[in-house]
Design a protein around this ligand. Sequence first.
Ligand code: GDP
Ligand code: IMO
Ligand code: MG
Length: 434
Amino acid sequence: MNKNIVILGAQWGDEGKGKIVDWLTDHVGAVVRFQGGHNAGHTLWVNGAKTVLRLIPSGILHPNVQCYLGNGVVISPTALRQEIEELTAKGIDVISRLNISLACPLILSSHIALDQAREKKRGAQAIGTTGRGIGPAYEDKVARRAIRVADLYQTESVLTQHVKELLDYHNFLLKHYYHVEEVSVDTVLRDLFEFSDYIQPMVRDISSALHHVRTMGHTILFEGAQGALLDVDHGTYPFVTSSNTTSGGASTGTGMGVNIFNSVIGVAKAYVTRVGAGPFVTELHDATGDKMAKIGHEFGSVTGRPRRCGWIDAVALRRSVMLNGLTNICMTKLDVLDSFEEIKICTAYTLGNRLLHSSEFPTHFSALAACQPVYETMPGWKTDTQHISRFIDLPQKTQNYLKRIETLIGAPIEIISVGPERNQTMFVNAQTLF
Ligand code: GDP
Ligand code: IMO
Ligand code: MG
Protein backbone atom coordinates (compact mmCIF):
# COMPACT_ATOMS: atom_id res chain seq x y z
CA MET A 1 0.00 0.00 0.00
CA ASN A 2 1.40 3.41 -0.83
CA LYS A 3 -1.35 5.49 0.63
CA ASN A 4 -1.72 7.28 3.96
CA ILE A 5 -5.16 6.47 5.24
CA VAL A 6 -7.38 8.07 7.85
CA ILE A 7 -9.91 5.68 9.43
CA LEU A 8 -12.61 7.12 11.60
CA GLY A 9 -16.10 6.47 12.91
CA ALA A 10 -18.80 7.79 10.58
CA GLN A 11 -21.64 7.61 13.14
CA TRP A 12 -21.65 7.91 16.97
CA GLY A 13 -18.76 5.60 17.81
CA ASP A 14 -18.35 1.84 18.29
CA GLU A 15 -18.63 1.17 14.57
CA GLY A 16 -15.87 -1.45 14.72
CA LYS A 17 -12.97 0.90 13.90
CA GLY A 18 -10.51 -1.05 16.02
CA LYS A 19 -11.21 -4.27 14.17
CA ILE A 20 -10.75 -2.62 10.78
CA VAL A 21 -7.57 -0.79 11.80
CA ASP A 22 -6.12 -4.09 13.04
CA TRP A 23 -7.04 -5.77 9.74
CA LEU A 24 -5.57 -3.00 7.58
CA THR A 25 -2.38 -2.70 9.63
CA ASP A 26 -0.89 -5.47 7.50
CA HIS A 27 -0.55 -2.89 4.74
CA VAL A 28 1.12 0.00 6.63
CA GLY A 29 4.32 0.87 8.48
CA ALA A 30 2.79 2.85 11.34
CA VAL A 31 -0.51 3.44 13.14
CA VAL A 32 -1.21 6.69 14.99
CA ARG A 33 -4.10 7.72 17.23
CA PHE A 34 -4.87 11.42 16.79
CA GLN A 35 -7.56 12.33 19.32
CA GLY A 36 -9.66 11.10 22.22
CA GLY A 37 -8.46 9.19 25.22
CA HIS A 38 -9.51 6.13 27.17
CA ASN A 39 -13.16 7.01 26.57
CA ALA A 40 -12.55 4.84 23.50
CA GLY A 41 -12.93 1.07 23.67
CA HIS A 42 -11.87 -0.97 20.67
CA THR A 43 -12.46 -4.72 20.68
CA LEU A 44 -10.32 -6.98 18.50
CA TRP A 45 -10.85 -10.72 18.02
CA VAL A 46 -8.02 -12.70 16.49
CA ASN A 47 -8.36 -16.50 16.34
CA GLY A 48 -10.79 -16.52 19.24
CA ALA A 49 -8.63 -14.29 21.47
CA LYS A 50 -10.14 -10.99 22.59
CA THR A 51 -8.17 -7.78 23.12
CA VAL A 52 -9.76 -4.54 24.28
CA LEU A 53 -7.77 -1.39 23.56
CA ARG A 54 -8.51 2.07 24.92
CA LEU A 55 -5.51 4.30 24.25
CA ILE A 56 -3.04 2.12 22.45
CA PRO A 57 -3.46 2.12 18.65
CA SER A 58 -5.23 -0.90 17.18
CA GLY A 59 -2.13 -1.84 15.18
CA ILE A 60 -0.35 -3.10 18.30
CA LEU A 61 -1.03 -6.80 17.60
CA HIS A 62 1.21 -6.63 14.52
CA PRO A 63 4.80 -7.06 15.78
CA ASN A 64 6.50 -5.17 12.94
CA VAL A 65 4.44 -2.03 13.16
CA GLN A 66 5.23 1.05 15.22
CA CYS A 67 2.35 2.69 17.09
CA TYR A 68 2.06 6.36 17.98
CA LEU A 69 -0.04 8.56 20.25
CA GLY A 70 -0.26 11.98 18.61
CA ASN A 71 -0.55 15.30 20.42
CA GLY A 72 -4.35 15.28 20.01
CA VAL A 73 -4.73 12.37 22.44
CA VAL A 74 -5.36 13.03 26.16
CA ILE A 75 -3.53 10.50 28.32
CA SER A 76 -4.57 9.10 31.65
CA PRO A 77 -1.31 7.88 33.25
CA THR A 78 -3.18 5.20 35.18
CA ALA A 79 -5.11 3.92 32.17
CA LEU A 80 -2.10 3.93 29.85
CA ARG A 81 0.11 2.10 32.30
CA GLN A 82 -2.55 -0.49 32.99
CA GLU A 83 -3.10 -1.08 29.28
CA ILE A 84 0.62 -1.43 28.57
CA GLU A 85 0.96 -3.89 31.45
CA GLU A 86 -2.05 -5.97 30.37
CA LEU A 87 -0.70 -6.30 26.83
CA THR A 88 2.83 -6.98 28.00
CA ALA A 89 1.52 -9.76 30.25
CA LYS A 90 0.00 -11.35 27.12
CA GLY A 91 3.43 -11.36 25.48
CA ILE A 92 2.94 -8.29 23.29
CA ASP A 93 5.98 -6.07 23.06
CA VAL A 94 4.54 -2.63 23.66
CA ILE A 95 7.35 -0.61 25.21
CA SER A 96 9.70 -0.84 22.22
CA ARG A 97 6.86 -0.13 19.76
CA LEU A 98 4.80 2.59 21.40
CA ASN A 99 5.74 6.22 20.81
CA ILE A 100 4.08 8.93 22.88
CA SER A 101 3.91 12.61 21.98
CA LEU A 102 5.55 15.10 24.34
CA ALA A 103 2.61 17.38 23.59
CA CYS A 104 -0.16 15.10 24.90
CA PRO A 105 -2.14 16.65 27.77
CA LEU A 106 -2.50 14.43 30.84
CA ILE A 107 -5.72 13.43 32.57
CA LEU A 108 -5.40 13.81 36.35
CA SER A 109 -7.70 12.40 39.02
CA SER A 110 -9.13 15.90 39.47
CA HIS A 111 -10.33 15.84 35.82
CA ILE A 112 -12.22 12.63 36.54
CA ALA A 113 -13.75 14.12 39.70
CA LEU A 114 -14.80 17.23 37.73
CA ASP A 115 -16.28 15.17 34.87
CA GLN A 116 -18.37 13.12 37.28
CA ALA A 117 -19.41 16.09 39.41
CA ARG A 118 -20.55 18.01 36.31
CA GLU A 119 -22.59 15.12 35.02
CA LYS A 120 -24.26 14.76 38.38
CA LYS A 121 -25.09 18.46 38.50
CA ARG A 122 -26.61 18.37 35.01
CA GLY A 123 -29.10 15.79 36.29
CA ALA A 124 -31.63 15.00 33.57
CA GLN A 125 -29.54 17.00 31.07
CA ALA A 126 -26.46 14.84 31.64
CA ILE A 127 -24.43 14.12 28.50
CA GLY A 128 -23.78 10.54 29.56
CA THR A 129 -20.00 10.92 29.38
CA THR A 130 -17.77 7.98 30.08
CA GLY A 131 -16.74 9.73 33.31
CA ARG A 132 -13.07 9.39 32.39
CA GLY A 133 -12.13 13.08 32.72
CA ILE A 134 -11.93 13.61 28.95
CA GLY A 135 -13.87 16.91 28.76
CA PRO A 136 -12.11 18.65 31.66
CA ALA A 137 -8.69 17.58 30.33
CA TYR A 138 -9.40 19.11 26.90
CA GLU A 139 -10.73 22.24 28.62
CA ASP A 140 -7.41 22.69 30.38
CA LYS A 141 -5.55 22.18 27.11
CA VAL A 142 -7.54 24.94 25.40
CA ALA A 143 -7.24 27.16 28.49
CA ARG A 144 -3.44 26.73 28.27
CA ARG A 145 -3.02 25.39 31.78
CA ALA A 146 -2.74 21.62 31.08
CA ILE A 147 0.07 19.42 32.32
CA ARG A 148 1.49 17.88 29.17
CA VAL A 149 3.91 14.97 28.86
CA ALA A 150 6.80 17.41 28.23
CA ASP A 151 6.08 19.09 31.59
CA LEU A 152 7.03 15.85 33.35
CA TYR A 153 10.63 16.46 32.31
CA GLN A 154 10.95 19.98 33.72
CA THR A 155 12.69 20.35 37.09
CA GLU A 156 10.88 18.87 40.05
CA SER A 157 10.17 22.29 41.52
CA VAL A 158 8.74 23.63 38.24
CA LEU A 159 6.43 20.62 37.81
CA THR A 160 5.39 20.78 41.47
CA GLN A 161 4.46 24.45 41.16
CA HIS A 162 2.50 23.82 37.94
CA VAL A 163 0.54 20.93 39.45
CA LYS A 164 -0.17 22.90 42.63
CA GLU A 165 -1.58 25.83 40.66
CA LEU A 166 -3.75 23.59 38.52
CA LEU A 167 -5.06 21.56 41.45
CA ASP A 168 -5.68 24.71 43.43
CA TYR A 169 -8.13 25.71 40.69
CA HIS A 170 -9.66 22.24 40.33
CA ASN A 171 -10.06 21.85 44.08
CA PHE A 172 -11.70 25.25 44.38
CA LEU A 173 -14.34 24.10 41.88
CA LEU A 174 -14.74 20.67 43.44
CA LYS A 175 -15.13 22.02 46.97
CA HIS A 176 -17.00 25.28 46.56
CA TYR A 177 -19.00 24.78 43.36
CA TYR A 178 -19.69 21.05 43.24
CA HIS A 179 -19.45 20.40 47.00
CA VAL A 180 -17.51 17.20 46.59
CA GLU A 181 -14.23 15.95 47.97
CA GLU A 182 -10.97 17.63 46.95
CA VAL A 183 -8.10 15.76 45.30
CA SER A 184 -4.76 15.39 47.10
CA VAL A 185 -1.91 17.32 45.45
CA ASP A 186 0.66 14.99 46.97
CA THR A 187 -0.97 11.89 45.50
CA VAL A 188 -1.19 13.45 42.03
CA LEU A 189 2.45 14.53 42.19
CA ARG A 190 3.66 11.15 43.40
CA ASP A 191 1.79 9.43 40.55
CA LEU A 192 3.19 11.83 37.97
CA PHE A 193 6.79 11.36 39.10
CA GLU A 194 6.37 7.60 38.88
CA PHE A 195 4.71 7.85 35.48
CA SER A 196 7.39 10.13 34.06
CA ASP A 197 10.06 7.48 34.71
CA TYR A 198 7.85 4.72 33.35
CA ILE A 199 7.10 6.33 30.00
CA GLN A 200 10.43 8.09 29.43
CA PRO A 201 11.72 5.51 26.92
CA MET A 202 8.57 6.00 24.81
CA VAL A 203 8.25 9.79 24.64
CA ARG A 204 9.18 11.66 21.45
CA ASP A 205 8.39 14.53 19.16
CA ILE A 206 5.78 12.56 17.22
CA SER A 207 5.47 15.01 14.35
CA SER A 208 9.18 14.55 13.57
CA ALA A 209 8.97 10.80 14.14
CA LEU A 210 6.07 10.46 11.68
CA HIS A 211 7.83 12.68 9.19
CA HIS A 212 10.78 10.29 9.44
CA VAL A 213 8.46 7.29 8.84
CA ARG A 214 7.41 8.97 5.62
CA THR A 215 10.92 9.78 4.48
CA MET A 216 11.76 6.08 4.97
CA GLY A 217 9.03 5.30 2.43
CA HIS A 218 6.50 3.84 4.87
CA THR A 219 2.81 4.64 4.97
CA ILE A 220 0.80 5.71 7.97
CA LEU A 221 -2.68 4.77 9.13
CA PHE A 222 -4.36 7.50 11.19
CA GLU A 223 -6.80 5.94 13.66
CA GLY A 224 -9.77 7.95 14.89
CA ALA A 225 -11.70 7.28 18.07
CA GLN A 226 -15.39 7.99 18.75
CA GLY A 227 -17.36 9.06 15.66
CA ALA A 228 -17.95 12.06 13.41
CA LEU A 229 -21.29 12.91 15.01
CA LEU A 230 -19.57 13.15 18.40
CA ASP A 231 -17.19 15.85 17.08
CA VAL A 232 -17.09 18.86 19.39
CA ASP A 233 -17.69 21.27 16.47
CA HIS A 234 -19.68 19.23 13.98
CA GLY A 235 -21.50 16.72 16.15
CA THR A 236 -24.80 16.86 18.01
CA TYR A 237 -23.54 19.51 20.45
CA PRO A 238 -23.55 19.49 23.47
CA PHE A 239 -24.07 15.71 23.34
CA VAL A 240 -20.59 15.17 21.95
CA THR A 241 -17.11 14.37 23.11
CA SER A 242 -14.53 17.14 23.55
CA SER A 243 -12.23 16.55 20.58
CA ASN A 244 -12.34 16.86 16.81
CA THR A 245 -13.22 13.37 15.72
CA THR A 246 -13.61 14.39 12.06
CA SER A 247 -10.79 13.99 9.55
CA GLY A 248 -9.17 17.38 10.18
CA GLY A 249 -8.22 16.04 13.59
CA ALA A 250 -5.81 13.64 11.90
CA SER A 251 -3.71 16.63 10.86
CA THR A 252 -3.95 18.80 13.99
CA GLY A 253 -3.72 15.79 16.29
CA THR A 254 -0.41 14.58 14.85
CA GLY A 255 1.28 17.59 13.31
CA MET A 256 1.15 16.22 9.77
CA GLY A 257 0.22 18.50 6.89
CA VAL A 258 -3.19 18.03 5.30
CA ASN A 259 -1.63 17.24 1.92
CA ILE A 260 -0.32 13.84 3.04
CA PHE A 261 -3.68 12.08 3.33
CA ASN A 262 -4.63 9.96 0.35
CA SER A 263 -7.91 8.49 1.52
CA VAL A 264 -10.38 8.81 4.37
CA ILE A 265 -12.37 5.70 5.29
CA GLY A 266 -15.52 6.15 7.33
CA VAL A 267 -16.49 3.08 9.31
CA ALA A 268 -20.26 2.70 9.61
CA LYS A 269 -22.42 -0.02 11.10
CA ALA A 270 -25.13 -1.51 8.92
CA TYR A 271 -27.48 -0.01 11.52
CA VAL A 272 -26.81 2.69 14.14
CA THR A 273 -25.93 2.70 17.82
CA ARG A 274 -25.32 5.46 20.28
CA VAL A 275 -24.12 5.36 23.91
CA GLY A 276 -25.03 8.22 26.22
CA ALA A 277 -27.62 10.94 25.66
CA GLY A 278 -28.42 13.08 22.62
CA PRO A 279 -30.63 13.10 19.53
CA PHE A 280 -30.93 9.87 17.53
CA VAL A 281 -33.55 10.15 14.80
CA THR A 282 -33.78 6.46 13.88
CA GLU A 283 -33.69 5.10 17.43
CA LEU A 284 -35.96 2.11 18.00
CA HIS A 285 -37.69 1.57 21.33
CA ASP A 286 -39.22 -1.74 20.35
CA ALA A 287 -38.51 -5.43 19.86
CA THR A 288 -36.59 -4.72 16.63
CA GLY A 289 -34.16 -2.44 18.51
CA ASP A 290 -33.84 -5.05 21.26
CA LYS A 291 -33.08 -7.68 18.64
CA MET A 292 -30.28 -5.56 17.13
CA ALA A 293 -28.81 -4.99 20.60
CA LYS A 294 -28.96 -8.68 21.41
CA ILE A 295 -27.50 -10.02 18.17
CA GLY A 296 -24.94 -7.20 17.92
CA HIS A 297 -23.92 -7.50 21.61
CA GLU A 298 -24.44 -3.78 21.92
CA PHE A 299 -22.97 -3.05 25.32
CA GLY A 300 -20.18 -0.49 25.74
CA SER A 301 -16.70 -1.99 26.02
CA VAL A 302 -15.60 0.85 28.35
CA THR A 303 -18.57 1.33 30.64
CA GLY A 304 -20.71 -1.75 29.91
CA ARG A 305 -23.69 0.54 29.28
CA PRO A 306 -26.35 -0.72 26.84
CA ARG A 307 -26.07 1.00 23.46
CA ARG A 308 -29.20 2.56 21.94
CA CYS A 309 -30.00 0.96 18.56
CA GLY A 310 -31.80 1.99 15.39
CA TRP A 311 -31.98 1.66 11.59
CA ILE A 312 -29.22 3.02 9.41
CA ASP A 313 -29.53 6.76 8.88
CA ALA A 314 -28.47 7.79 5.37
CA VAL A 315 -29.07 11.47 6.18
CA ALA A 316 -26.55 11.38 9.03
CA LEU A 317 -24.12 9.28 6.96
CA ARG A 318 -24.35 11.72 4.06
CA ARG A 319 -23.46 14.45 6.54
CA SER A 320 -20.50 12.40 7.69
CA VAL A 321 -19.31 11.89 4.10
CA MET A 322 -19.34 15.67 3.69
CA LEU A 323 -17.74 16.61 7.02
CA ASN A 324 -14.86 14.17 6.62
CA GLY A 325 -14.40 14.13 2.86
CA LEU A 326 -14.90 10.37 3.05
CA THR A 327 -13.44 8.64 0.02
CA ASN A 328 -14.66 5.19 1.09
CA ILE A 329 -16.99 3.51 3.51
CA CYS A 330 -16.33 0.39 5.50
CA MET A 331 -19.61 -1.22 6.50
CA THR A 332 -19.45 -3.38 9.60
CA LYS A 333 -21.83 -5.71 11.42
CA LEU A 334 -23.74 -6.55 8.28
CA ASP A 335 -24.21 -10.06 9.70
CA VAL A 336 -26.26 -8.64 12.59
CA LEU A 337 -29.08 -8.02 10.08
CA ASP A 338 -28.93 -11.58 8.67
CA SER A 339 -32.16 -12.76 10.30
CA PHE A 340 -34.33 -9.66 9.75
CA GLU A 341 -37.42 -10.05 7.53
CA GLU A 342 -37.12 -6.50 6.31
CA ILE A 343 -34.56 -3.77 6.70
CA LYS A 344 -35.21 -0.06 6.81
CA ILE A 345 -33.06 2.81 5.61
CA CYS A 346 -33.77 6.36 6.72
CA THR A 347 -33.54 8.38 3.50
CA ALA A 348 -34.80 11.78 4.69
CA TYR A 349 -36.04 13.73 7.72
CA THR A 350 -39.23 15.63 8.29
CA LEU A 351 -39.42 18.46 10.80
CA GLY A 352 -42.97 19.42 11.65
CA ASN A 353 -44.72 19.09 8.30
CA ARG A 354 -41.63 20.03 6.26
CA LEU A 355 -39.49 17.53 4.36
CA LEU A 356 -35.89 18.66 4.88
CA HIS A 357 -33.65 19.18 1.88
CA SER A 358 -31.19 16.32 1.35
CA SER A 359 -28.23 18.45 2.51
CA GLU A 360 -29.98 19.84 5.57
CA PHE A 361 -28.93 18.58 9.03
CA PRO A 362 -30.27 20.67 11.94
CA THR A 363 -27.47 22.25 13.97
CA HIS A 364 -29.38 22.65 17.22
CA PHE A 365 -29.87 19.40 19.07
CA SER A 366 -33.48 20.21 19.90
CA ALA A 367 -34.37 20.56 16.19
CA LEU A 368 -32.55 17.34 15.34
CA ALA A 369 -34.34 15.58 18.19
CA ALA A 370 -37.67 16.74 16.76
CA CYS A 371 -36.94 15.30 13.30
CA GLN A 372 -38.82 12.20 12.17
CA PRO A 373 -37.29 9.60 9.88
CA VAL A 374 -38.63 8.84 6.40
CA TYR A 375 -37.96 5.17 5.72
CA GLU A 376 -37.49 3.05 2.67
CA THR A 377 -37.94 -0.68 3.30
CA MET A 378 -35.89 -3.39 1.67
CA PRO A 379 -36.32 -7.15 1.95
CA GLY A 380 -34.02 -8.93 4.38
CA TRP A 381 -31.60 -11.50 2.90
CA LYS A 382 -32.27 -14.14 5.56
CA THR A 383 -28.92 -15.81 4.98
CA ASP A 384 -25.94 -16.35 7.27
CA THR A 385 -23.23 -14.02 5.93
CA GLN A 386 -20.64 -14.67 8.65
CA HIS A 387 -18.83 -17.27 6.59
CA ILE A 388 -18.76 -15.33 3.33
CA SER A 389 -15.37 -13.97 2.37
CA ARG A 390 -15.92 -12.47 -1.10
CA PHE A 391 -18.25 -9.65 -2.03
CA ILE A 392 -19.58 -11.51 -5.06
CA ASP A 393 -20.72 -14.36 -2.78
CA LEU A 394 -22.95 -12.09 -0.69
CA PRO A 395 -26.68 -12.64 -1.37
CA GLN A 396 -28.06 -10.39 -4.10
CA LYS A 397 -30.39 -8.75 -1.56
CA THR A 398 -27.40 -7.84 0.63
CA GLN A 399 -25.61 -6.38 -2.36
CA ASN A 400 -28.75 -4.40 -3.23
CA TYR A 401 -28.87 -3.00 0.31
CA LEU A 402 -25.24 -1.89 0.09
CA LYS A 403 -25.71 -0.37 -3.38
CA ARG A 404 -28.75 1.57 -2.20
CA ILE A 405 -26.80 3.03 0.70
CA GLU A 406 -23.93 4.00 -1.59
CA THR A 407 -26.36 5.84 -3.85
CA LEU A 408 -28.00 7.63 -0.95
CA ILE A 409 -24.79 8.79 0.72
CA GLY A 410 -22.58 9.42 -2.31
CA ALA A 411 -19.56 7.35 -1.27
CA PRO A 412 -18.45 3.84 -2.29
CA ILE A 413 -18.49 0.96 0.18
CA GLU A 414 -15.06 -0.65 -0.20
CA ILE A 415 -14.71 -2.81 2.92
CA ILE A 416 -17.31 -5.09 4.47
CA SER A 417 -17.25 -6.79 7.84
CA VAL A 418 -19.45 -9.80 8.59
CA GLY A 419 -18.26 -10.83 12.04
CA PRO A 420 -16.01 -9.77 14.89
CA GLU A 421 -13.00 -11.90 13.86
CA ARG A 422 -10.14 -10.29 11.97
CA ASN A 423 -10.66 -12.58 8.98
CA GLN A 424 -14.41 -11.89 8.71
CA THR A 425 -13.56 -8.87 6.62
CA MET A 426 -13.43 -8.34 2.85
CA PHE A 427 -12.60 -5.76 0.25
CA VAL A 428 -15.16 -5.06 -2.41
CA ASN A 429 -12.28 -4.26 -4.72
CA ALA A 430 -8.85 -3.94 -3.11
CA GLN A 431 -7.48 -2.32 -6.27
CA THR A 432 -9.75 0.69 -5.80
CA LEU A 433 -8.56 1.37 -2.28
CA PHE A 434 -4.85 0.96 -2.77
P1 GDP B 1 -14.89 0.66 17.92
O1 GDP B 1 -14.94 1.46 19.17
O2 GDP B 1 -15.35 1.42 16.73
O3 GDP B 1 -13.55 0.01 17.69
O4 GDP B 1 -15.95 -0.51 18.11
P2 GDP B 1 -16.16 -1.41 19.42
O5 GDP B 1 -15.05 -2.38 19.51
O6 GDP B 1 -16.42 -0.56 20.61
O7 GDP B 1 -17.54 -2.09 19.09
C1 GDP B 1 -17.69 -2.92 17.98
C2 GDP B 1 -18.13 -4.32 18.49
O8 GDP B 1 -18.62 -5.07 17.42
C3 GDP B 1 -16.98 -5.12 19.05
O9 GDP B 1 -17.46 -5.95 20.07
C4 GDP B 1 -16.50 -5.94 17.87
O10 GDP B 1 -15.91 -7.18 18.26
C5 GDP B 1 -17.79 -6.20 17.16
N1 GDP B 1 -17.70 -6.27 15.70
C6 GDP B 1 -16.90 -5.55 14.86
N2 GDP B 1 -17.21 -5.82 13.56
C7 GDP B 1 -18.20 -6.73 13.60
C8 GDP B 1 -18.96 -7.38 12.58
O11 GDP B 1 -18.79 -7.17 11.38
N3 GDP B 1 -19.93 -8.24 13.00
C9 GDP B 1 -20.17 -8.50 14.31
N4 GDP B 1 -21.13 -9.36 14.61
N5 GDP B 1 -19.47 -7.90 15.29
C10 GDP B 1 -18.52 -7.02 14.94
P1 IMO C 1 -15.08 4.52 20.55
O1 IMO C 1 -13.71 5.00 20.14
C1 IMO C 1 -19.14 5.58 21.67
C2 IMO C 1 -19.65 9.24 24.04
C3 IMO C 1 -20.11 9.08 25.47
C4 IMO C 1 -20.91 10.36 25.62
C5 IMO C 1 -20.08 11.37 24.84
C6 IMO C 1 -19.14 12.19 25.70
O2 IMO C 1 -15.05 3.24 21.30
O3 IMO C 1 -16.01 4.53 19.39
P2 IMO C 1 -16.82 11.68 26.89
O4 IMO C 1 -16.47 10.70 27.97
O5 IMO C 1 -16.05 11.50 25.64
O6 IMO C 1 -16.80 13.09 27.37
O7 IMO C 1 -18.38 11.35 26.55
O8 IMO C 1 -19.33 10.61 23.91
N1 IMO C 1 -18.44 8.46 23.70
C7 IMO C 1 -18.45 7.36 22.95
N2 IMO C 1 -19.47 6.67 22.41
N3 IMO C 1 -17.87 5.20 21.43
C8 IMO C 1 -16.83 5.89 21.95
O9 IMO C 1 -15.55 5.60 21.63
C9 IMO C 1 -17.09 7.00 22.78
N4 IMO C 1 -16.32 7.87 23.46
C10 IMO C 1 -17.15 8.76 24.01
O10 IMO C 1 -20.92 7.93 25.62
O11 IMO C 1 -22.16 10.23 24.97
MG1 MG D 1 -15.83 1.41 21.05
